[in-house]
Design a protein around this ligand. Structure first.
Ligand SMILES: NC(=O)c1ccc[n+]([C@@H]2O[C@H](COP(=O)([O-])OP(=O)(O)OC[C@H]3O[C@@H](n4cnc5c(N)ncnc54)[C@H](OP(=O)(O)O)[C@@H]3O)[C@@H](O)[C@H]2O)c1
Length: 308
């Protein structure tokens, strides 16, 4: 990655660490359905080491990926961790024996979730932890109590900063009345821009915005993005790939966007990291926006708690 200065290849502050704008999301490293052991453990370990070797200093994870599987892979591959590495996790869910994703989001459960992450990752402190809101409700008294659990953990030094995930702009504004928020992690990509108001709010306040499923979800949406004629034409003009264009578009639309694309392979990892060097001009951004405007007339696909 370039040494700062460009629009796409610069660093951005995430809690107490300045990280590269292209990081890595580790969710895909678990077995199918983000459940159980990886298909190829050696490759999973190799992907994590290759990411850090390439300069990645922001890795996103969760104890409920596996469960426990992804955090243990990260620890096995990377512990003792490089000093500048931001490990960011999320709490509020758990898995049952069948792999179902269940809420685990009472304040005491959130606290237990943070401790589980610290234990499986083998650290005393996480750079940030996201409160992954599990329902579509308004930011009510329960949301405030949940934030309280993360504030206590931050006061105790267990986490460097508090993030919120799967939230509306109203959640963000309510949270900011109570405490500092360092990142928002929401579903967002070329074909799913319903979260633009919260992205803009984060940008205005210098809060990192971390889009999940940056290449699209479900599979049909990802295929629609990656095979789109404007995406592939822009890619060809830069001798780049369609996924790189989808990622570079995200980097270009706002300086506070931090990417965590997920993959199980070193080949896709290298391709995704190289998106940090791809500069799309304003005309290309406008063409891509116009092309995907029609998607916005449809409802966004339901996200089923991190399961592909
Ligand atoms: N807060 C939340 O609720 C939440 C929800 C979902 C995800 N997340 C986080 O966000 C991260 C990213 O999301 P994600 O992994 O679901 O979605 P993603 O990054 O959009 O893409 C994942 C899928 O795209 C494929 N892919 C990746 N790079 C590719 C490339 N260069 N060319 C072709 N295909 C490629 C992967 O397959 P291969 O393995 O074959 O590359 C995988 O199937 C996750 O790892 C997780 O940390 C958070």
């Amino acid at each position: 990655m370039p040494d700062g200065g460009t629009r796409t290849g610069s660093r951005y502050q995430l809690a107490d660490k300045a990280v590269w704008r292209v990081g890595y999301g580790a969710m895909q490293l678990a077995g199918d359905g983000v459940f159980g052991p990886p298909r190829d453990r050696d490759e999973a370990i190799a992907v994590l080491r290759a990411a850090v070797d390439a300069g990645v200093d922001h890795i996103d994870t969760a104890e409920y990926y596996g469960p426990g599987v992804v955090n243990e892979l990260i620890r096995d591959a990377l512990h003792p961790y490089p000093g500048g590495l931001a490990l960011v996790s999320k709490v509020a869910a758990r898995r049952d024996d069948s792999g179902a994703v269940l809420p685990y989001d009472d304040p005491d459960q959130l606290r237990a979730g943070i401790h589980d992450n610290l234990k499986t990752l083998g650290v005393e402190r996480l750079t940030a932890v996201n409160l992954r809101v599990m329902d579509n409700g308004a930011p009510d008294a329960r949301f405030v109590d949940q934030l309280g659990a993360l504030m206590t953990a931050r006061d105790e030094g267990l986490i460097g900063g508090i993030g919120i995930s799967n939230v509306s702009r109203e959640h963000l504004m309510r949270a900011l009345e109570i405490t500092e928020i360092v990142c928002v992690q929401n579903f967002f990509n070329l074909a799913a821009r319903q979260g633009t108001p919260i992205l803009d709010e984060c940008n205005a306040r210098d809060i990192a915005f971390v889009p999940f499923c940056p290449l699209g979800h479900p599979r049909t949406q990802r295929d629609a993005i990656l095979s789109n004629r404007v995406v592939t034409r822009v890619a060809a003009a830069h001798d780049a790939s369609a996924p790189q264009v989808a990622l570079a578009w995200l980097l270009a639309i706002a300086p506070n966007v931090l990417l965590i694309p997920g993959t199980r392979t070193r080949a896709h990892l290298a391709e995704n990291l190289a998106a940090g060097d791809l500069w799309l001009d304003d005309r290309e951004i406008a063409r891509l926006n116009r092309e995907f405007d029609w998607h916005m007339s449809f409802e966004p696909p339901a996200i089923k708690h991190d399961k592909d």
